[in-house]
Ligand binder design. Structure first.
Ligand code: HPA
Ligand code: ZN
Length: 337
């Protein structure tokens, strides 16, 4: 087991499901609150951490949007991103595709440009200092209406060459993918990749809608695909990637007992499953902690983790040549271990 843990830690990997706002550690939250003269509803870091107990997705989202309130300036967004890149680098993440939620910021008066310029400054630093590759995925908040998503896409217009794709997050049940069919079609026309959270709390029919109506390129979470076998086999045949997040699932009571996590079943059924951290500051672990949690609770061997790490590159939005180069690095690591 110890050997497997060491092997997992050193595996070169990509992270494909990470909300940058969800990487805001309580320590940085306090630092930014001080810098921006904001009074937090918590007296210290310990009381922040003890507030992180969630019965469902919505209870988490309420706290997560509140935390984001300390982010005000380009420097704040840059510091937030850099803290994540350094941490992910320690987990041997060599490529990452990060989500950001512009509406969380523009709706409280922070200009879109401030968010973008801050994140882009962080990304430039990660690329030059850490040698990581980074892509940006702009998520629409699904509890808001489609017009607000369109307004966000218009704001992003000057930055579209720096944004790889669009996604869909926030409160799933009651906000099906079809609500955003027009804005996703528009994003596709602009050449953007498409992803959506689906089947985390929502039924398998939400995954079907995301695939058939939105035409997504990758499924975020997708846990409940196990409930529709036809959909599962079709997704496997088309090599559809799923960005799964075990510790998130455990903390949000999606899978309270990780021994029941669907990832091993989906892996055996040929789905391109990946392991990611979602909102690591809130769910108690970065990407390697998520790999290790499944190593502990599920029947997965070194070969399975190699396949999962391979999937993280194959499921990425990198050009084929870059994917091949990363797979070479992965193969060399496996060979030399
Ligand atoms: N699900 C939906 N919305 C989110 C999540 C999630 O896991 N994390 C941040 N926003
Ligand atoms: Zn997520």
């Amino acid at each position: 087991m110890n050997n497997l843990i060491k092997f997992i830690e050193g595996l070169p990997k990509a992270e494909l499901h990470l909300h940058i706002e969800g990487s805001l550690e309580p320590e940085l939250m306090f630092e930014l609150a001080k810098r921006n003269n904001i009074t937090l509803p918590f007296k210290d870091i310990e009381s922040v951490k003890s507030a992180y107990k969630f019965n469902n997705l919505q209870e988490f989202l309420d706290i997560y949007y509140q935390g984001a309130n300390v982010l005000r300036t380009e420097e704040d967004f840059c510091d937030l991103a850099m803290a994540y890149f350094y941490r992910a680098h320690r987990d041997n993440v060599v490529h990452t595709e990060i989500f950001f939620d512009p509406q969380t910021h523009t709706d409280r008066g922070i200009p879109f440009n401030v968010v973008m310029n801050g994140l882009l400054a962080g990304i430039a630093k990660a690329e030059s200092e850490l040698g990581m590759s980074v892509q940006l995925i702009m998520c629409f908040l699904r509890h808001l209406d489609e017009e607000s998503a369109f307004a966000t896409l218009r704001m992003a217009e000057p930055f579209l060459d720096k944004i790889t794709g669009v996604g869909l997050d926030s409160s799933e049940v009651g906000n099906p993918p079809s609500k955003f069919r027009h804005v996703f079609a528009e994003a596709r026309k602009k050449g953007l990749k498409l992803v959506a959270h689906a089947g985390e709390e929502g039924a398998a029919s939400y995954i079907k809608e995301a695939l058939d109506i939105l035409g997504i390129d990758r499924i975020d979470h997708g846990n409940r695909i196990t409930e529709d076998h036809l959909l599962l086999t079709k997704a496997a045949r088309s090599a559809m990637a799923l960005t799964m997040c075990p510790l998130s699932n455990q903390k949000l009571q999606v899978v309270p007992d990780l021994r029941n996590h669907p990832l091993p079943y989906l892996l055996r059924h040929g789905l391109r499953v990946t392991i990611n951290s979602d909102d690591p500051a809130y769910f108690g672990g970065y990407v390697n902690d998520n790999y290790k949690a499944l190593a502990k609770y599920c029947d997965l061997k070194a070969d399975d983790f190699i396949e999962i790490a391979r999937n993280s590159f194959l499921g990425s939005f990198l050009p084929d040549q870059t994917v091949s180069a990363y797979l070479d690095v992965l193969d060399k690591y496996v060979d030399s271990f």
